[in-house]
Write a protein that binds this ligand. Structure first.
Ligand code: NAP
Length: 242
């Protein structure tokens, strides 16, 4: 069996990625934080896509929790390894800097950026030993351009892009690729409350993206065909920014 781990796989883009990887023949380990019902639904959709999955509930912002959960999984699967890791879990807590509380800066950095280290470190050694792996990080337009009201989120995603490039250079010769994907606006729970009608006027494609469109790009980067792409951050934003 070939295993893929998707953090934040219970909803939104992460769920679409789980389904895409299931269609590619992966057994999908679905990480999430709290929404048991939605995580269960993702498992059902993985089954409908013709594969199997398992839930692995832990907080990606907590190093010890990541280590315990992934070590536990590895002990239960001594002959297997996670060959695709999609670091997708993320949150936003937008506010202007003058109003932003320290907890909102801290939480967004820990969940969107520290998580990359917390989770990747647990699976990396096995990927290197096997001389094959794919790591895909969910960045954002905000991490490339910087967006007002998102000093925390822009910092986290910008840091994630830089760390993607650094790790790619550390491990390229081991056959493990590391790339980032930077979506613009995508129709998920995360953009609830935003004025879609107004915002889409700023997008050349005149619409928000669909989670499945992001998943298609992640699926390509996860494939063996993408073996010569590493250290990249690929924008997928309907032409909003390049
Ligand atoms: P979403 O619909 O809000 O889903 C977020 C997912 O992350 C959920 O599965 C959630 O689990 C999980 N999660 C949140 N905090 C977690 C934690 N501490 N530990 C483990 N799992 C956690 O968000 P989305 O729009 O699909 O976003 C997915 C990724 O794409 C994020 O990194 C986001 O920053 C990025 N992105 C999104 C957009 C957009 O427009 N939607 C644009 C650019 C980038 P529960 O279900 O348990 O809460």
């Amino acid at each position: 069996m070939k295993y893929a781990l998707v953090t934040g796989g219970s909803r939104g883009i992460g769920r679409a990625v789980c389904i895409k990887l299931a269609k590619m023949g992966y057994t999908v380990i679905v990480n999430y934080m709290s929404n048991d019902a939605e995580a269960q639904k993702t498992l059902e959709l993985i089954a409908e896509a013709g594969s199997t999955g398992e839930l692995l509930k832990f907080d990606v912002a907590d190093y010890d929790a990541c280590a315990a959960a992934i070590e536990g999984w590895q002990q239960a699967h001594p002959d297997d390894y996670i060959e695709v890791l999609v670091n997708n879990a993320g949150i936003r807590r937008d506010n202007l800097m003058v109003f932003m509380e320290p907890t909102d800066f801290d939480k967004v950095l820990k969940t969107n950026l520290f998580s990359f280290y917390n989770v990747t470190r647990q699976v990396l050694t096995k990927m290197l030993r096997k001389k094959y792996g794919r790591i895909i990080n969910m960045a954002s337009l905000s991490g490339l351009k910087g967006l007002p009201g998102q000093c925390n989120y822009s910092a986290a995603k910008g840091g994630l892009i830089a760390s993607t490039k650094a790790l790619a250079q550390e491990i390229g010769r081991k056959g493990v690729t590391v790339n980032a994907v930077a979506p613009g606006f995508v129709k998920t729970d995360m953009v609830e409350g935003l004025d879609e009608a107004e915002l889409k006027k700023t997008i050349p494609m005149n619409r928000f993206g669909e989670p499945e469109e992001i998943a298609a790009l992640v699926g390509f980067l996860a494939s063996s065909e993408a073996g010569y792409i590493t250290g990249e951050c690929i924008s997928i934003n309907g032409g909003l920014y390049s």
